[in-house]
Each structure stands twice: as C-alpha cells, then as structure tokens.
Design a protein around this ligand. Structure first.
Ligand code: C2E
Ligand code: MG
Ligand code: MG
Ligand code: MG
Length: 292
C-alpha cells in the first residue's frame, strides 16, 4: 500500500515536472512568435499631481495581446521572458514604441511625461543609454518627456555603476526614477550616489497607509527623506480618496493608481490627457478674464 503510494506520487511528481518544463517551452515558443507577430502592446497608466489632480503623464506598461488567451499582463510572462533571454527584445520594443508614440504626441502639441520600466539585463547592456538616445532622436521626442524607471533592488546592485551607465541619459534631459522604493532595504547614503530625480513609493506601503500606523510612518519617513535629498515623489497604487488625502498632507507630489485610472491603450490615454489639457486651458482663460 505504502509502496504503491510512493511510486504513484513519484510518477505524479515526474509528470508535474515534465508538464512544467513543457509549458515553459510552449511559452518560450509563443513569446518568440509574439515578437515576430507584434503581439506586444504598450498601455499607459495616468500619473497626476496629487494636490490638484492635474494629469501630468503616465507609466508605460507592456501587455501581450495573446491570440487565444486575450490580454496578458507582464507578471504572467516577464520572469519567463527574462529566463529565456527574450526580455531585452521585449524591452527594446517598448522603448521604440513609446518613443514613436511620444513623437506623435509632441507633433500634436501634447507633452505627457512618460515613464518606461527597464530590467536589470537591459540597463546592463554597455550601449543601453546610447540606444535609448538614438530611439529618442529618431522619433523626434523632447528628452524631457521621458523617464526611465529602475527598481530599487536593481539600482542598488551597484549604485555607482548604475549612475555611470545612466548618466548620459540624464545629461540629455531624460529623468531617472527609482521604482518600488521601500522594498529593497537600501542604505540612504547609496541613494544620494544614484543621482536620480524621482522616487516611487511601493504600492505595498501606499495601500496600507490609512489602515496601518507603521505603514503610515514608513510613507511619511520616505517622503521627508526623499524631499531632503531633492527627489520628487510618486506614490504607486493610490486607490482611495483617504490615501490621497494622507499623501497630500505629507506633501507627496504625484500619484498613480486605480483612483485616477487603470493602465489603458494609448488612444484612451491620449483622449483623457488632451481633455485635461483643454480643461486647464479653460481654467486659465477664465482666470485671465476675471482679472482683466
Ligand atoms: P511597476 O513598474 O511597479 O508598475 C506598477 C504596477 O502596479 C502595474 O502592474 C500597475 O497596473 C499596477 N497598479 C497600478 N496602480 C494600481 C492600483 O491602484 N492597484 C493595484 N492593485 N495595482 C496597481 P502591471 O502592469 O501588471 O506591471 C507589473 C510589473 O511588470 C511592473 O511593476 C513592472 O515591474 C513590470 N513591467 C511592466 N511593463 C514593463 C516593461 O515594459 N519592461 C519591464 N522591464 N518591466 C515591465
Ligand atoms: Mg514601474
Ligand atoms: Mg512600481
Ligand atoms: Mg510595483
């Protein structure tokens, strides 16, 4: 009895391993095809100035429009893409596509700030900064429209090297952001070495900052420290008005989250951003008329 059980579970384990390996192979094959067939797409999630709700830009987030499975989010394919060495190609597509899109927006007089996520292996390529600058130039994008986001853990692997590799981008006017801040146990001195512009507080702290006293202290402390070091701060994952109020009370400049908008196709973001700009223009005109 017991023996049969062991044998069966061994067989089961073997089958499990095989099917996982098989599944990986299928996904790898599908990812290669997806690149060829241009199934990747960039979605844009609005970022707003917290004190007045003005839409200032968006974070670019990759999606896979799978022919059978529909829209697939990055958490379902980025790890595998990285393991099989396809993340650089996907990341390259994202940079080119965002630059192309920003070139079009700049042509029609829209200048949202757009943040692009970059992986470890991508930013460790020796010609990474030069390639981004080429894409920017080719598409005619004002460099100030773009931000590069690197997660805290990646940035801190070797802060000096990271700063050195990315400095040509910063010199050209591209802004640099530290993503998911608070999850990586960085020491504060290394942070100053990075010469970044923006710090994004991780969603895990923002989502708890109303309910949980210690998350509130963490958020308040990050904000004080960040401002003293000259960073602007974006809070990730803002979902409620109460969270927004707390963040405003702590002088957090920008927010991103479902409260303001989910990631959406470029055309939808463009429509919302343009409407915000028109509303701003109407407000300004109203002020001018009142004071004239
Ligand atoms: P991230 O850079 O921290 O991006 C924010 C993630 O939080 C996004 O998930 C976004 O949809 C989600 N989010 C935003 N606001 C809220 C909210 O209010 N509530 C909740 N529950 N979630 C919110 P997404 O799009 O699934 O992306 C996951 C991660 O995948 C990103 O985290 C980023 O690390 C990575 N990623 C996305 N696009 C790219 C890319 O083009 N290249 C690279 N290397 N990584 C990417
Ligand atoms: Mg990000
Ligand atoms: Mg983030
Ligand atoms: Mg995050």
């Amino acid at each position: 009895e017991a023996k049969a059980g062991v044998v069966n579970s061994f067989k089961f384990a073997r089958r499990d391993v095989n099917s996982r390996a098989y599944r990986r192979l299928v996904i790898e094959q599908e990812l290669r095809q997806a690149l060829e067939r241009k199934e990747f797409e960039v979605f844009y999630q609005p970022q707003v100035a917290l004190h007045d709700g003005a839409m200032v830009g968006a974070e670019a987030l990759v999606r896979w429009r799978h022919p059978q499975r529909g829209l697939v989010g990055p958490t379902d394919f980025i790890d595998i893409a990285e393991e099989v060495g396809l993340l650089d190609a996907i990341g390259g597509f994202v940079i080119d596509d965002v630059c192309r899109q920003c070139g079009i927006w700049a042509d029609i007089g829209l200048f949202p700030k757009i943040a692009i996520n970059v992986s470890v292996s991508q930013c460790q390529q020796p010609d990474f900064a030069a390639n981004v600058l080429k894409a920017i130039e080719k598409a005619g994008v004002p460099p100030g429209m773009l931000e590069i986001e690197i997660t805290e853990t990646v940035a801190m692997l070797d802060p000096r090297a990271t700063a050195r590799e990315l400095s040509p981008l910063r010199a050209a006017g591209v802004r640099l952001a530290i993503d998911d801040f608070g999850t990586g146990y960085s020491n504060l001195a290394s942070l100053t070495r990075l010469q970044f512009d923006i710090l994004k507080i991780d969603r895990s702290f923002v989502s708890e900052c109303v309910r949980d006293g210690s998350a509130r202290v963490v958020v308040a402390t990050i904000l004080t420290m960040a401002h003293n070091l000259g960073f602007e701060v974006v809070a990730e994952g803002v979902e409620s008005a109460a969270q927004r109020e707390f963040l405003v009370s702590q002088k957090c400049e920008y927010g991103q989250g479902y409260l303001f908008g989910k990631p959406m196709p470029a055309a939808d973001f463009e429509a919302q951003f343009a409407e915000h700009r028109r509303a701003d223009a109407r407000d300004l005109l109203g002020q001018i008329r009142r004071t004239a």
